[in-house]
Ligand binder design. Structure first.
Ligand code: IPM
Ligand code: MN
Length: 368
C-alpha cells in the first residue's frame, strides 16, 4: 500500500505570507517528485485575512482544519489594516497564542544561523561573526508571563493595577528542557540555560529542574547565564553559544536578538512542538507589509520551515536534508533576494529563488 499523504494545514495569512507560500509549494512539488512522499495541502484562513472573511483571527474551522492535520505550515499574520483593533483581537496575538495553547505547543525551536557567505548581512562587525554561526534558541511557549494566572487589570483607589504572573511547574520545565538536550545531542552538545536566578524564584526552579534533566544526558554540557548577560554576549560573540534554553519571555526577546545578529529574518524558520509529532512551522520574520505583493520577499524561511516540518512531524530526514542542501547551494552560488543582496549583487524575486531551490532539490544536488 502506498504511504498515506502527509496532511498539512496551510495557513498563509497576511502580507508576504501568501506569495511566499505559493513559492514554497514549488519546492514541495520538487521534493514530492524526487522522493515520493506526498503532502496533502489544506488551506485555511488565519490572521487579518480571517478577520476580514470571518470576523476572527482564528476561526473555529481553522482550528478544526489543524486538528485533523499532522502539521501546520504557518505563513505570517498582521498588518497596518488591523493595527487599530484592541490588542487581544489583533492577528498576531489572537491567532498565535490560542494555537499554541490549544495544541499544547510548549517547545519553540528558533535556529539563528548566519551562513558563512552572508556574514556581511549581520549588523555585527565582521571579526565578531567570521565564519558564520549557528545558535538554537529553545523557548518555552505555553507558560510563564504569557499565560500565568492571575492575569488582569483592576481599578484601585489610585488608578489601576495590572498583573501578569511568572509561574512555572516542574513538569513544564522538564519537558522543554528535554527538547533542548535532545536538540543539543545532534549539534555541539551544549545547553545554556538563560535565567534570572539572582532575582527570580521561578529561575531557581528552572535551574534545579534543568540540572536534573542534564543528569540524564551525560554527553551534553550544561551551563547557566543570566538573561541580561546573554543579551550582551549575543552581540559580542554569538558563535560561543550552541543551544540557549529560555523561559517564554526571555526566549521571545533573545530569539529576536539572535535573528537580528544573524542578518536576515527572511532566512530563519521555526518549529513549535508539543507531545507527539504534531507541530506548527513558521518563518521567524513577520508579514512585512511594506514589501507585500511585490514578489520580492525572501522565501527561504518558509522553505526551511517545510524542511523542519518534514523532519519533525513526518520523520522525513532525507527530504529535509535535501531542502537544506539546496538552500545552502543556492546561497553558495550567489542567489540572493533583496534582503540579503550586498551592494552590486543582483537580487532575484521570491519565485525565482524558490524555483532555483526546487531545481536543486530535483537534481538531487545540494551544494555546487
Ligand atoms: C513571537 C511573537 C509572539 C510572541 C506575539 C505575536 C504574540 O512575538 O512569536 O515571537 O510574543 O510570542
Ligand atoms: Mn517575538
Amino acid at each position: 500500500m502506498a504511504e498515506p499523504k502527509g496532511r498539512v494545514a496551510v495557513l498563509a495569512g497576511d502580507g508576504i505570507g501568501p506569495e511566499v507560500m505559493t513559492a514554497t509549494r514549488e519546492v514541495c512539488g520538487a521534493v514530492e517528485k524526487a522522493y515520493g512522499f506526498q503532502l496533502e495541502w489544506r488551506d485555511g484562513l488565519v490572521g487579518g485575512a480571517a478577520i476580514d472573511a470571518k470576523g476572527k483571527a482564528l476561526p473555529a474551522e481553522t482550528v478544526e482544519l489543524c486538528r485533523s492535520s499532522k502539521a501546520v505550515l504557518f505563513g505570517s499574520v498582521g498588518g497596518p489594516k488591523w493595527e487599530s483593533l484592541p490588542p487581544n483581537e489583533q492577528p498576531e496575538r489572537a491567532a498565535l497564542l490560542p494555537l499554541r495553547k490549544i495544541f499544547g505547543l510548549y517547545a519553540n525551536l528558533r535556529p539563528a544561523v548566519l551562513y558563512p557567505e552572508l556574514t556581511e548581512c549581520s549588523p555585527l562587525r565582521l571579526e565578531r561573526v567570521a565564519g558564520g554561526f549557528d545558535v538554537l534558541v529553545v523557548r518555552e511557549l505555553t507558560g510563564g508571563l504569557y499565560f500565568g494566572q492571575p492575569k488582569g487589570t483592576e481599578k484601585t483607589e489610585r488608578g489601576e493595577r495590572a498583573v501578569d504572573t511568572m509561574v512555572y511547574e516542574t513538569h513544564e520545565i522538564e519537558r522543554v528542557a528535554e527538547v533542548a538536550f535532545l536538540a543539543a545531542a545532534g549539534r555541539k552538545k551544549r545547553v545554556t540555560l538563560v535565567d534570572k536566578a539572582n532575582v527570580l524564584e521561578s529561575s531557581l526552579l528552572w535551574r534545579k529542574v534543568v540540572k536534573g534533566v542534564a543528569a540524564k544526558h551525560p554527553g551534553i554540557a550544561l551551563d547557566f547565564i543570566y538573561v541580561d548577560n546573554a543579551a550582551m554576549q549575543l552581540v559580542r560573540e554569538p558563535g560561543r553559544f550552541d543551544v540557549l534554553l529560555c523561559e517564554n519571555l526571555f526566549g521571545d526577546i533573545l530569539s529576536d536578538e539572535a535573528a537580528a545578529v544573524a542578518g536576515s529574518l527572511g532566512m530563519l524558520p521555526s518549529a513549535s512542538l508539543g507531545e507527539g509529532s504534531f507541530g506548527l512551522y513558521e518563518p521567524a520574520g513577520g508579514s512585512a507589509p511594506d514589501i507585500a505583493g511585490k514578489g520580492v520577499a525572501n522565501p527561504i524561511a518558509q522553505i526551511l520551515s517545510v524542511a523542519l516540518m518534514l523532519e519533525m512531524s513526518f520523520g522525513k530526514r532525507e527530504e529535509a536534508v535535501a531542502i537544506r542542501g539546496a538552500v545552502a547551494g543556492a546561497i553558495h552560488e550567489g542567489w540572493r533576494t533583496g534582503d540579503i543582496a550586498m551592494k552590486g549583487e543582483k537580487a532575484v524575486g521570491t519565485r525565482e529563488m524558490a524555483q532555483e531551490i526546487a531545481r536543486r532539490v530535483a537534481l538531487g544536488r545540494g551544494k555546487g
